[in-house]
Design a protein around this ligand. Structure first.
Ligand code: HEC
Length: 256
């Protein structure tokens, strides 16, 4: 029986003249050949095929987009019963802002601003120790333009207040007041400690800031005030009982 060619291939190649171990040993010194050999890793630490990583990534992406598109997969819709009622939140519901009468709002805000004045004119407005009073002062209850100029620019030199003469210096304590702060502190001192003068609105105070800016900013004097600023600030007067939005300070239309 003739030996088939394929059978012969499986037999050891007895005619082979090259010794494989010797050949490998010789190659050990050739750095290029050794470098090409893959080093063996411990079980479980073999490098993962790059294809496997790519295929996994594609599977994750496709699965994610399918779940995301369905929508309901992550939604509560299916889990929540139709007549389910959410429990009351322990957080207090926001109460709608209560309208405040103009006088109350301006006084409240003005009292805060007056903290910048109390060290000299006292909480009582009575002054003392060389500082003139604001209670019963004609500069406070008189024309509003002169009062605004005093607060916004400061005042110095001889000044007559409630029958007494003073000659000191007051800095521009209210230089940083905006229209609201200026209106509020003016209203506060005009309506406190027995003073009973009209309200000053933020619109009026805004006019005052314009006039003040035009005059330059140096401290004013009683003389200049009498000459240039002895008048009321322009603007509509505000009834003390007008209800204002405590946020915007705008009048609120009252529901009939
Ligand atoms: C550092 C002390 C000081 C502070 C703070 C101060 N003032 Fe005066 N104020 C004076 C002095 C002093 C005079 C008198 C100036 C003069 O003699 O010309 C005066 C005068 C006045 C006058 C005119 C005279 C009068 O008594 O009516 C008014 C109005 C006034 N101040 C309001 C205020 C307001 C409002 C504030 C706060 C925003 C304030 N002052 C903060 C010291 C101060």
């Amino acid at each position: 029986m003739a030996t088939s060619p394929s059978n012969r291939d499986l037999q050891p190649d007895l005619g082979e003249t090259i010794n494989v171990s010797e050949a490998h040993a010789a190659m050990k010194d050739a750095p290029t050949a050794v470098g090409r050999e893959k080093s063996l890793r411990e079980n479980g630490m073999e490098a993962v095929s790059l294809w496997l990583i790519l295929v996994s990534a594609v599977v994750v992406l496709v699965a994610g987009s399918v779940m995301g598109q369905g929508g309901s997969f992550f939604g509560y819709g299916e889990l929540v019963k139709d007549d389910y009622m959410r429990g009351k939140s322990p957080v207090k519901e926001e109460v709608p802002l209560q309208p405040i009468p103009a006088l109350t709002l301006l006084q409240k805000e003005g009292q805060k601003q007056y903290a910048a004045c109390a060290s000299c004119h006292q909480t009582s407005g009575a002054g003392g120790g060389g500082f003139p009073p604001l209670a019963g002062s004609e500069w406070v209850t008189g024309n509003t333009e002169q009062l605004a100029m005093i607060i916004h620019n400061g005042v110095g030199g001889p000044i007559e207040v409630a029958g007494n003469s003073y000659s000191g210096n007051m800095g521009a304590i209210g230089a940083n007041f905006g229209p609201k702060e200026l209106a509020a502190v003016m209203t506060f001192i005009r309506t406190s400690w027995g003073n009973n003068a009209s309200l000053v609105t933020p619109q009026m105070a805004e006019e005052a800031l314009k006039i003040s800016k035009a005059r330059g900013g140096s401290p004013t004097t009683a003389e200049e005030l009498k000459k240039n600023h002895d008048k009321m600030l322009p603007g509509d007067t505000l009834d003390p009982d007008t209800l204002l939005d405590p946020e915007t300070w705008e009048p609120i239309p009252v529901a009939e």
